[in-house]
Ligand binder design. Structure first.
Ligand code: IPT
Length: 945
């Protein structure tokens, strides 16, 4: 069997060891390499041929499909090749990479290794014509001894990379199939008498406050940690001494060195102890609540080549949004990322590079997890993961992999880990009985299931007594996730329910001209479309509304109205609020009228206090007190003033305004009805102009451009398919009667889809008052209406010049019934264009909720004002919902000459049915008899309000 199809782990490499730097000479071989792609191994010429001058150039690290060689392909579960393990297609794209290098003049003779941090999926390596070996395990390092082969000048390193190998069967993660040398390549001198490997075990006893330190390494290694007064200490001798512990909230690292006469290695040591006690996962004796995300490595231009700057951007974004944990789905990340987790403070589940999901649709037959021929590869991958990352205090759990069903090979990985590293528990979701893991993990469990687990009603005894976490939940595909609040309540109610990891951190869109691409955009015959666009960040790392909502849900300082004033609760796991300052602002109808600093005593972790309201001046309008908790001084990850919690308390309600006197009557002129500032079509009763501005509508409207979650069918038939089936996207409006008697214009209609017997009676009752119109809409379902509606409200088009919006209500961002915690009540403004959320796959977005009033105006200040009774939701777009529904990429949305408004009394929630539970009962829009009212007023230029 050729090395490519050999299910084993490869050969020729030296034993795995920790990733670290030292003062021994090293030479980065990243940069421009020579490259030649062949469509198959058979067609690939000899990679060692003397002349490579005709080859292309390619940067290393890179993935060749993103540099014009071949094309990316996306599948979620399915293998894009026949499932015939361990065989792979003969048409196996093969990229020969070649790099010539000279050694620096002072390069020492003696041992040296060539280190590859990641090659996808199989690399065969030669140095100066001598074969070094073969590596598999794409996102794991491998090192080859090269000392005797090196020469001062013109070394030739050749790496033949195959897109497919037996290893591909173990690498079926839900992501792009991309190939190449995608992480760093480094030549490292390994001085005789140097430090080959080390393992710092730094525990913390929270009772005594003492740290214990034991360094496993070679002989004659000396440890120095100046800040602890440790100097010249024999590294192997245990130490016990008072230290500050490492936590994700207080990532205290002690800098030191390990040294021998031949080599010095800088080390950063964090003291912490992970334990499972009383069925809870604890660090330093304290239960953790994991407010986590699943992070794939993704950059919209370079794919899984993630620069240190990008890794840092991720860490900063996580910390600023109160994320405290990361699962490295579903492979170890670039080692630089974990060093940042140590430095900035994030709890990490470090997951092995393993997934065999594509066997699932085949009934898991011949799944590698249970087949002896794969045992070595499984163990090799686990060993390389643990050895590489064992010194990272941020890593608190090892994960065997993802979606690989169950089997002996997984159990053996777990055994190996337990033996090698008893200090960190083992995670793997696929061990449903928890027979070889230490924590009970689930994905996408409903709140009801989590509740049962929290009540410890599980009939599997072993599982019932373990800490529980959701390794994936709240699928962040498109508009969503909805329903985060319910999970938070469960995590806080049950001590064994210790949080989870939102799926997932970032959309894997690839930048192409005009938009971000997803599955199918590269002509793949088999693909899973936009299922790869399911992150809290857009591909360019702009936070989506989902991240803003998640941040609000998990904010560490919570502020709400208490019985006697303002209640401040500390939801950190460890620290007090000593580092936080509190401020307040009083807004009268969204305009700040008073502000100050709030005196709040220090609140300890898990505690809360209530402080009285500050003295507040009276307000004429609806007023709200907003209290913010912010960082008193800058941290490594955010400037001083960064908000770590906020809350709002209503202070005075909107004053009761007597209904303005009705101004009638309705006049009839040639084909028109005129009522106050409105002109109506006499035959249809439709409003045609308001204050001289042409308008179309308002008419009853129930459609929204379906979201990924609306179309998602993971718990049952998709909500959207029922809506389409019912015809809610093509409702027709039949005018039953237009009654224009006296002061009221009453237009009776029935709104119904073709080919169906049900409908909605919609009666519009118009009255005029000085300066505007009041509209009451009475909706009565008729016949077998669907169980839910996408939304319920009005659609209306106004002139395209009305391109600026200002409103008093929920904002500044979009909000939906089950994703509205981040919306505060205030006065906001935005251009119509700025109201859009550019979901990579266009869909319903941009809804503003709890709106008291909104104005849509043009550059001259004229426009339309809408007031709710008391509130409404709105969207404003330069295209229709139908155009939004039809678009597949953002650049297909073209601005027309109108601004299209939706003015709603209700929206259906978002849920997470793209993968997980749908919209929970309280957030479902169940049709029923409904009445709502709005006032519409032309706005004259230059007049406020
Ligand atoms: C789950 C996978 O673990 C994850 O990688 C991703 O594919 C996610 O689904 C969907 O985006 S597995 C699924 C069977 C719940």
């Amino acid at each position: 069997m050729s090395y490519v199809e050999d299910p084993g782990p490869g050969h020729g490499s030296v034993p795995p060891r920790a990733s670290f730097t030292s003062d021994a000479p090293s030479l980065s071989l990243n940069g421009t390499w020579r490259f030649r792609l062949s469509p198959s191994i058979a067609a690939a010429p000899d990679p060692l041929e003397a002349d490579d001058s005709g080859w292309d150039e390619l940067p290393v690290p890179s993935l060749w499909q993103l540099h014009g060689h071949g094309a990316p392909a996306y599948t979620n579960v399915h293998y894009p090749f026949p499932v015939d393990p361990p065989h792979v297609p003969s048409d196996n794209p093969t990229g020969d990479h070649r790099r010539h290098f000279d050694l620096p003049d002072d390069w020492p003779s003696g041992p040296a290794v060539l280190r590859f941090d990641g090659i996808d999926s199989c690399g065969r390596i030669w140095l100066n014509g001598t074969e070094l070996g073969v590596t598999k395990g794409s996102r794991l390092p491998s090192e080859f001894e090269v000392g005797p082969l090196l020469r001062p000048r013109d070394n030739v390193l050749v790496v033949r990379v195959h897109q497919w190998s037996a290893g591909s069967y173990l690498e079926d993660q839900d992501m792009w199939w991309l190939s190449g040398i995608f992480r760093s390549v480094t030549l490292l001198s390994r001085p005789a008498g140097g430090i080959g490997d080390y393992w710092v075990r730094a525990d913390y006893d929270h009772v005594s406050g003492l740290g214990t330190l034991r360094v496993e390494t070679g002989p004659d290694v000396v440890l120095d940690i100046p800040s602890l007064g440790i100097a010249g200490h024999p590294a192997g001798d245990p130490l016990e001494l008072p230290v500050e512990p490492w936590t994700a909230e207080t990532p205290r690292l002690y800098e030191g060195t390990l040294s021998t006469a031949a080599e010095r290695v800088p080390v950063r040591i964090g003291f912490r102890t992970v334990s499972i006690e009383d069925g809870q996962l604890k660090v330093n004796g304290q239960r953790l609540l994991l407010r986590g995300v699943n992070r794939h490595e993704h950059d919209p231009r370079t794919g899984r080549v993630v620069s240190p700057e990008t890794a840092l951007a991720d860490v900063l974004l996580m910390k600023r949004h109160h994320v405290n944990a990361v699962r490295t789905s579903h492979y170890p990340p670039d080692p630089a990322f974990l060093e940042l987790c140590d430095e900035y403070g994030l709890w990490v589940i470090d997951e092995c590079d393993l997934e065999t999901h594509g066997f699932g649709p085949l009934g898991w037959e011949r799944n590698p997890s249970g087949e002896p021929m794969w045992t070595d590869a499984y163990l090799d991958r686990m060993r390389r993961t643990v050895e590489r990352d064992k010194n990272r205090p941020s890593v608190i759990l090892w994960s065997l992999g993802n979606e690989s069903h169950t089997g002996d090979n997984l159990a053996r990985m777990a055994d190996w880990v337990r033996h090698r590293d008893p200090t960190r528990p083992v995670h793997y979701e696929g061990d449903h009985d928890c027979s070889y893991v230490d924590v009970h993990s689930r994905m996408y469990a409903t709140p009801d299931e989590v509740d049962r687990i929290g009540r410890r009603e599980d009939d599997n005894e072993r599982r019932r007594d373990l800490p529980f976490l959701l390794c994936e939940y709240a699928h962040a595909m498109g508009n969503g996730p909805g329903g985060l609040l319910e999970y938070r309540e469960l995590f806080e109610r049950y001590p064994n329910c210790q949080g989870g990891f939102v799926w997932e951190w970032i959309d894997h869109g690839l930048a192409v001209p005009g938009h971000f691409a997803y599955g199918g955009d590269f002509g793949e015959p088999l693909h899973d479309g936009n299922f790869v666009i399911d992150g809290l960040l857009f591909p360019d790392r702009t936070p989506s509304p989902g991240l803003t909502e998640f941040a609000k849900i998990i904010e560490p300082v919570r502020i709400d109205a208490g019985p006697a004033g303002i209640r401040v609760s500390n939801h950190y796991d460890f620290v007090s609020t000593e580092h936080v300052t509190f401020s307040w602002v009083l807004e009268d109808e969204g305009i700040a009228v008073a502000q100050g600093v709030l005196d709040v005593p220090v609140v300890h972790s898990g505690q809360s206090v209530t402080v009285p309201l500050p003295p507040l001046p009276p307000c004429a309008g609806e007023s709200w007190l907003t209290v913010s908790a912010s960082l008193a001084s800058a941290t490594a990850w955010a400037p001083a003033g960064h908000v770590v919690g906020w809350g709002q308390l209503p202070v005075s309600p909107a004053p009761a305004r007597p209904a303005p006197p009705v101004r009638g009557p309705v006049f009839r002129t040639a084909g028109q009805l005129v009522l106050g500032t409105g002109e109506f079509d006499a035959a249809t009763g439709a409003l045609t102009a308001l204050g001289g501005h042409p308008v179309d509508g308002p008419r009853l409207d129930v459609w929204r451009a379906t979201t990924d979650n609306d179309r998602g069918s993971s718990p049952g038939p998709a909500e959207a398919s029922r809506w389409f089936e019912a015809g809610l996207h093509r409702m027709q409006h039949r005018v039953i009667a237009v009654d224009a008697d006296g002061d009221e214009l009453v237009v009776r209609t029935r709104v119904a889809p073709p080919a169906r017997a049900f409908g909605l009676f919609a009666d519009y009752t118009w009255t005029a008052f000085d300066g505007g119109l009041r509209l009451r809409v009475d909706v009565t379902p008729d016949g077998p209406v669907p169980d839910t509606l996408p939304r319920l409200g009005l659609a209306m088009a106004v002139p395209g010049t009305f391109g600026s919006a200002e409103w008093f209500g929920g904002g500044p961002g979009e909000a939906y019934p089950d994703s509205r915690q981040a919306a505060r009540i205030g006065r906001f403004s935005s251009s119509v264009d700025g109201l859009q959320t550019p979901y990579v796959f266009p869909q319903e977005n941009g809804n503003r909720t709890a709106v008291r009033w909104a104005r849509f105006t043009g550059p001259d200040g004229t426009g339309l004002r809408v007031d709710g009774d008391p509130t409404f939701d709105f969207t404003a777009r330069r295209w229709t919902s139908a155009a939004l529904e039809a678009a597949r990429h953002t650049d297909e949305l073209e601005s027309g000459s109108l601004v299209h408004l939706t003015l709603d009394v209700a929206q259906h929630g978002l849920g997470t049915a793209a993968c997980g539970p749908g919209v929970l009962a309280p957030y479902r829009l169940v049709p029923g008899k409904t009445s709502f009212a709005l006032t519409l007023r032309p706005v004259a230029g230059g007049v406020a309000n």
